[in-house]
Ligand binder design. Sequence first.
Ligand code: UD1
Length: 421
Amino acid sequence: MEALLINGGKRLEGEVRISGAKNAALPILAATLLADEPVRLRNIPHLNDVTTTIELLGRLGVSVTIDEKMSVEVDSTTITQFEAPYDLVKTMRASILVLGPLLARHGRADVSLPGGCAIGSRPVNLHVEGLRAMGAEVEIDNGYIRARSEQLKGARLVLETVTVTGTENLVMAATLAEGQTVIENAAREPEVVDLIDCLNQMGARIAGAGTDTLVIEGVERLHGTDYRVLPDRIEAGTYLVAGAITGGIVRVKDVRPEHLESILAKLREAGATVNIGDDWVEVDMRDRALKAVGLRTAPYPAFPTDMQAQFSALNAVAEGTGTITETIFENRFMHVLEMQRMGADFQLEVHTAISQGVKKLTGAPVMATDLRASASLVLAGLVAEGETRVQRIYHIDRGYERIEEKLRLIGADIRRINDSQ
Ligand code: UD1
């Protein structure tokens, strides 16, 4: 198994190019199943979750071609299977995103239930209830969601909880339903908006993107298109925290600064100077004292749960008391326990991690059980004294493109090793 070996203490300085957003690429790849012509996608990040999605499309019989620039062409007219099997869904919950498109376009979908997850129970009941309200017959059988429908019908759906992939699944299903669908309490994340922009470019009629009410007028067919996926705001935020935590100056480019607002507000609160351009953001922490922040995760536009672990690392070494409250997922503080092994001082309550900043962390072998937690351990390793070995980095490779190369370019001492432990 591979690990990342980090020698901490280097101040990071320089520029990082941000990749396409994982959480937009995955639903948009699923959306290609709705089209009756090839769809070309650009700025698809080179990530394990993308590879898993492409493998899933391949198992369905869909033709996928990738050129050297990671431009992906998907032709779903060759489809022969309608099942997302357990071995793929268990490695990536987002496989659930094929449920809505398969059902809407082909009248059937068998998708394995994702099961438990390292960051809480993560149910999919709202996906299922929404499809039922649109007239589908959905059964849970032998660990599979088995959905059938001759023709989905528009409906008024009020989501009990804001769910990102739930909203995406239901929007995709509604594009080919008969009549109008209204989704209330819809997710407003930029990745949901990106999916909707792509669907509209394919001929869908969806209004209200970026608000909590989506109105979808069903159409008979969706056609091919050429679409560029938006930049990854979580990857960008992670490199900005890397700059701040090491007392450096880091610029992320090819980003949409407006999507980073809640993250930038917390970096300012931590004492950083933030400079913003058209498609770049720079965090300058040189000769400034890092201060602990208080934050609470919530759906967009509030602070993203996917940046919570990275700010836990920041609070671990910042001056004063920090408070981080997680409201989206239960059990998302595993990284805090690992950071304690590096000398961090956290007190854990049910949904809150309270930190007293320490002057230094010390390197240690650590491992994480999810993607963003792994990234936070890399950040902690960048400031720790001595060597940190981050194990189980297949989690990081699910969501960060060449993280060690990008960090090395801005001055980190980090390398990937083969680790037999
Ligand atoms: C997506 C993101 C993930 C991010 C999360 C929250 C993708 C591929 N993943 O995950 O990176 O951390 O949004 O921003 O885009 N819920 C239910 N019933 C459901 C669905 C969800 O109760 O049917 C609850 C969940 O338990 C959770 C909350 O809703 O408490 C939000 O989860 P959700 O937005 O669905 O997360 P994902 O879409 O899985």
